[in-house]
Design a protein around this ligand. Structure first.
Ligand SMILES: *[C@@H]1O[C@H](CO)[C@@H](O)[C@H](O)[C@H]1NC(C)=O
Ligand SMILES: *[C@@H]1O[C@H](CO)[C@@H](O)[C@H](O)[C@H]1NC(C)=O
Ligand SMILES: *[C@@H]1O[C@H](CO)[C@@H](O)[C@H](O)[C@H]1NC(C)=O
Length: 179
């Protein structure tokens, strides 16, 4: 488990020697000038290390307030077609594969594997993106996903790391360096 604790004292954050504040980065389907784009976002709030019984030592991050949860089971080797994000929402792929492409930028795409790092943020709703994006599910098994809209359609505080999806190293930084 990564040591990721910090002492806060008089508004100063003191990181123990060798400890790094770990930030959560997430691939976002966002929009610019009416077109859907992929971006890598870094959440402003870093992970905290839990001291609660049951999760002691766990890296925790309260991502946002959310409103409800939909569980989807998507057939293997299927095509969701072009669509906009129905809501500003987290999408957590728990199994399978999701391949996201864009109508106005055929160079950029992302393959999301369900599981440990299967979380994305979708914000290309019809009010900001004309054509949306396409999601295909090329897996040999079902793709399962949780759709979790944020409260009031709010986008959590973040900064743009770069355009294009987050790279593997930008999402697996929670692992021990040896893994
Ligand atoms: C935004 O879209 C309009 C119309 O398609 C285009 O004329 C303009 O150059 C675009 N601006 C940027 C910054 O891409
Ligand atoms: C779920 O939350 C979204 C966003 O707040 C809302 O638009 C939608 O109506 C909700 N769905 C249900 C079934 O309550
Ligand atoms: C997020 O990106 C930063 C680089 O900006 C990296 O140091 C960090 O490990 C990444 N976080 C995760 C959880 O991979």
């Amino acid at each position: 488990m990564r040591q990721n604790y910090a002492l806060s004292f008089l508004g100063l954050t003191i990181l123990p020697h060798g400890a790094v504040s770990l930030e959560f980065n997430v691939t976002a389907v966002s929009a610019q000038n009416g077109s859907s784009i992929l971006q890598c976002w870094q959440m402003d709030k870093p992970f905290e290390t839990s001291s609660q019984p049951g999760t002691t030592g766990t890296s925790l991050l309260m991502l946002s307030d959310v409103s409800n949860l939909t569980y989807g089971i998507i057939p293997p080797n299927s095509d969701g077609g072009w669509h906009n994000a129905p809501k500003v929402q987290w999408v957590v792929y728990t199994s399978g594969l999701a391949y996201i492409t864009l109508p106005d930028d055929t160079e950029t795409s992302v393959m999301v594997s369900g599981g440990e790092f299967g979380i994305i943020f979708a914000a290309d709703t019809t009010d900001v993106s004309e054509k949306g994006h396409r999601t295909q599910y090329p897996g040999m098994t079902e793709t399962t996903a949780l759709e979790i809209p944020t409260s009031d359609g709010k986008i959590p505080e973040h900064r743009l790391l770069h355009t294009g999806p987050c790279s593997t190293s930008e999402i697996t930084g929670i692992r021990e360096p040896s893994l």
